[in-house]
Design a protein around this ligand. Sequence first.
Ligand SMILES: *Cc1c(COP(=O)(O)O)cnc(C)c1O
Length: 423
Amino acid sequence: MAYKQDTICVQGGYRPKSGESRIPPISQSTTYFYDSTQGMADLFDLKADGYFYSRLANPTVAAFEGKVTALEGGVAGVGCSSGMAATTLAAFTVCGAGDNIVSSSAIYGGTFNLFAVTLPKLGIETRFFDPDAPAEEIEKLIDGNTRLIFTETVANPSIKILDFEKIAAIAKKYGVLFAVDNTLATPVLCRPFEWGANLIIHSSTKYLDGHAAALGGMIVDGGNFNFKGNPRYASFNEPDESYHGLVYADLPTAQFATKCRAQMMRDIGAMMSPQNAFLSWLGCDTLALRMERHSSNAKKVAAYLSKHPKIDWVWHASLPENKYHALAEKYLPHGQGGMLSFGIKGDVAQAAKFMEALKLITQETHVADVRSCVLHPASTTHRQLTKEELAAAGVPENLVRLSVGIENPEDIIADLEQALANI
Ligand SMILES: *Cc1c(COP(=O)(O)O)cnc(C)c1O
C-alpha cells in the first residue's frame, strides 16, 4: 500500500522485528560478524544483502536511506557525508575525463564551485544554462559527451522554481540522466521523479535533519533511466573489472545506486556516519509538519516584506507577482518552503546594518532548520564568485537570504520590523 508523505515521514525506512528497538539503533560499528566464509563472499559478490564494512553500508544509514527513498518514491538511496559529497559521488558515477555536465547556473554556491572550478581540474567540464532559457538554447549545450543534466527544484539562493517538464523533455530526447537537487523543496513539497527526474540529490543537513544537528547527503536513484545499450553510459554497459566483471546495466534495479556505492563510495569513502544518519532519520519524523509551518511562515513574511518601504524586492514563489508563482502552483502546490531572498534599498552597508540589528533571527552560514536565520551570500557562501558569476547565479550584491524557521510568525515579523526601523 502506498502511504502518504506525512505517514512515510514517521513510519518509513525502518520496521523492527518483534522485540527489537522501535527506532533504529545507532550501529556504531565499523564491521560485522559472520560465522561462514561463504556468507561473507556472497556479500562481496552482491549476491546477498547485508553489511560487511561501514564504508559501504551500515544499518542506521540504511534506515535513513530507506526513509528518504520512500519519501521520494525512488528505488535505492546512498547516504553520504554531506550534500557536497552526494553531488560529487553522483557526478563521478557517470563522468570521467572528457565528459561534461550540463547544469543550471541557479544552483548552490558550493555546487557551482565544484562544477566550475574543481571538476574541470579532473577533465570534467560543466556547461551552465539559465534555467529560464528556452529549451532550444539549453539543448545546444548537449553533445555526445554529456552525461548529466543538473538542476535544483528551488534554487539556493535565487529561489527560482524549476520547470521540470521543460528539462525532462530535453533529457529524454537526448537520453541524458536528469538530476535534481531537491534539498530546499524536500519530498514533502515536491517529488521530482513524478516530473521526469532520474536522480535526486539532497543535502540532508538542511530540512531533512531540520535541527542544524548533522551534516549529511543523500543520492536517490529513481530506477527510471535506461542505461542498457545507451552509448553515453559505456561504464554501465561494460564489465566492471574492479567489481568481478559486474555489468551495472544488467542489474534488475538500482543500477545507478549500485555503481555509485560499489565503485565511488568504495574508492572515495564519503559515507554518512551512523550518528548523523540517526539524527537525520529522527528529524524526518516531523518533516511534513515542519515544511507546512516553514511554508506558511515564509508566505506571511514574504507578504509583509513585499509591502515594506525599505525593501527593494522580495523573492518567494508564494507572492502572486513572483515570476515563478505559476510554476510553484504546478510543482509545489502545498507550499514553497521557508527560503526567501530580498533586497534592502541602499548599499551593502545598509544590508549589514539591518542584519546586525536583528535580535531573534541570527546570522548563520546555514539554512533550512527550525530557527530563522539570515545570510549575506555575496560576502559568504558566494564570495568566490565574480560579479558576472553572481549575476548569472541570480545573486545581486544587496541580496539577503532569509531562512524562515518555525517560530511564531508574529515574532519573526516583529524582529524584522525593529531591525528595518534601525536603518
Ligand atoms: C547546503 C546545500 C548543499 C550542500 O550541502 P552540504 O550538506 O552543506 O554539503 C547542496 N545543495 C543545496 C541546495 C544546499 O542548500
